[in-house]
Design a protein around this ligand. Structure first.
Ligand SMILES: Nc1nc2c(c(=O)[nH]1)N[C@H]1C(S)=C(S)[C@@H](COP(=O)(O)O)O[C@H]1N2
Ligand SMILES: [Mo]
Length: 322
């Protein structure tokens, strides 16, 4: 008898575990066959973004959900941060040694005022705000997290992006001395992510510096990480050391590894399944709910932020541009 039957756990509750294992299997397959070429996906540029400007007032209704919060202990012990290992508890165990002070970020590319800037100067003049957002991982679990942070758009403006800045590319630190996971050829390090410029400037997009009123713990991406609440969690890149304004859609770490499974946009969408698993529901880890067997709830289009962000995707085929 399979273990699950013995434990009388419905199959629906098991999915996330197996999904998680599949993601690791994918990484292992790549580690064993690093020469395997998957990058042959010649993609045309997507249609240009519509010229809508979302005002802070329009976005405000999404700034603080009143849903039950995920416990601090769960937010800081159930993590994805592959630089510290692929297990959920690896980051909280291994990331304590990540040195987050001093920290600087190199900002460059299509902007008038490039430069390397300290973490302190990067956010100078901006007051960190609390944002209570849903976080939806592509593996099928979600949390509700009270972040502290500054709007990414306010930070980017300091560097005076030019009209050629159509996208913004982000890079995580990749230091094998501090990050044991980087010693393995799983992801093509460094971890990279990107946003279209209007997504980067959107008032909901946060450069997070803390959570639960405290500085970010290392396992959550200290000292600063991106939070893009309407996209799958992997877009919210941690421990950022480089920000670059670019004209062409930048390559991203998960797309680089498996382009057919991870697209550039990665907007949360229950109608667009991942090739190997459904995205219709999610396991909500909140309050006293168990991490592995929490109740499954329906996943919402744009993770429930459609009122704030849908206008950015008018005319974009969300199935094609997953
Ligand atoms: N550099 C880096 N950023 C990353 C990841 C990672 O492995 N490395 N994992 C992503 C994934 S898959 C998710 S779901 C979120 C998890 O954030 P949390 O651990 O703070 O909840 O971080 C994202 N950012
Ligand atoms: Mo994720």
């Amino acid at each position: 008898m399979p273990l699950r039957d013995a434990l009388k756990i419905p199959a629906s509750q098991i999915t996330d575990e197996s999904v998680y294992r599949e993601r690791r299997t994918l990484l292992q397959a790549f580690a064993m066959a690093p020469a395997l070429t998957l990058a042959g996906c010649a993609e045309a540029e997507p249609p240009a973004a519509p010229k809508t400007v979302v005002t802070p007032a329009q976005a405000r209704s999404g700034f603080r959900t009143t849903e039950e919060l995920t416990k601090f202990a769960d937010i800081t012990s159930y993590n994805n941060f592959y630089e510290f290992g692929t297990g959920k508890t690896d980051p909280s165990n291994a990331a304590k040694t990540l040195k987050t002070k001093p920290w600087s970020v190199a900002v460059g590319g299509e902007c008038a005022k490039p430069g390397r800037i300290s973490m302190e100067d990067l956010i100078k003049g901006l007051t960190p705000e609390e944002r209570i957002y849903r976080l939806r991982c592509v593996e099928g679990w979600s949390m509700v997290i009270p972040w502290l942070g500054v709007p990414l758009g306010e930070v980017l403006k300091k560097f005076a992006p030019t009209s050629k800045a159509k996208y913004v590319a982000f890079t995580t630190l990749a230091d094998p001395r501090q990050m044991p996971g980087v010693r393995y050829n799983s992801i093509n390090w460094p971890y990279r992510e990107g946003l279209r410029i209007d997504e980067a400037m959107h008032p909901l997009t946060l450069l997070a510096t803390g959570l639960y009123g405290k500085p970010l713990p290392q396992q959550n991406g200290a000292p600063l990480r991106l939070v893009v609440p309407w996209k799958y969690g992997f877009k919210s890149i941690k421990s950022i050391v480089e920000i670059k304004f670019v004209e062409k859609m930048p390559e991203t770490a998960w797309h680089d590894l498996q382009p057919s499974e991870y697209g550039f946009f990665s907007n949360v969408n229950p109608a667009v399944d991942h090739p190997r698993w459904s995205q219709k529901t999610e396991r909500r880890i909140a309050g006293n709910a168990s991490k592995l067997f929490a109740e499954r709830i329906p996943t919402q289009l744009f993770n429930g932020y459609a009122a704030q962000v849908a206008s950015m995707y008018t005319g974009l085929d969300l199935k094609k541009w997953y």
